[in-house]
Ligand binder design. Structure first.
Ligand code: RTP
Ligand code: MG
Length: 143
């Protein structure tokens, strides 16, 4: 098993529902460790750059507008198979299809406002972590 890092975002809808701690608890209960975290209000440019791969998709404008509608909490999680395990805890992109007990099943209302983001591969994770955090901001856990 490989120790991986992944990028996690508590999106503006979930911050607005006041469930940041509840979401962090689920990561911690699953054995994922928070090794960096910060709250920020994304600029249009920062959100567009983050979702650049979706630039041509019909939902891009709505996605950027949603992601800039309020603050987000961006974190780096570390653990065995962190990328896939984090996405399992989040559940399917569309909350209607998300398994019971997942974050999106419990807190998301629609595919457009779906509570959280998780990197989809170790390659994406590396890009996304570097997009938000400097090397010094990620704190390897020594205990
Ligand atoms: P995320 O990147 O946010 O973790 O979600 P994901 O991998 O499960 O989904 P992705 O395909 O990367 O899409 C990014 C975000 O765009 C919005 N979306 N809307 N209306 C639609 O059909 C649609 N499809 C995607 C979602 O908010 C999704 O999280
Ligand atoms: Mg994605």
């Amino acid at each position: 098993m490989a120790v991986e890092r992944t990028l996690s975002i508590v999106k503006p809808d979930a911050v607005g529902k006041n469930v940041i701690g509840e979401i962090f608890s689920r990561f911690e209960r699953a054995g994922l460790k928070i090794v960096a975290t910060k709250m920020m209000h994304l600029s249009k440019e920062k959100a567009e750059g983050f979702y650049a791969e979706h630039k041509e998709r019909p939902f891009f404008g709505a996605l950027v507008s949603f992601m800039t509608s309020g603050p987000v909490v961006v974190s780096v999680l570390e653990g065995e198979n962190a990328v896939i395990r984090h996405r399992e805890i989040l559940g399917a992109t569309d909350p209607k299809k998300a398994a019971a007990g997942t974050i999106r099943a419990d807190y998301a209302v629609s595919v457009d406002e779906n509570a959280t983001h998780g990197s989809d591969s170790t390659t994406s994770a590396e890009r996304e972590i570097n997009y938000f955090f400097s090397k010094e901001e990620v704190c390897p856990r020594t205990r």
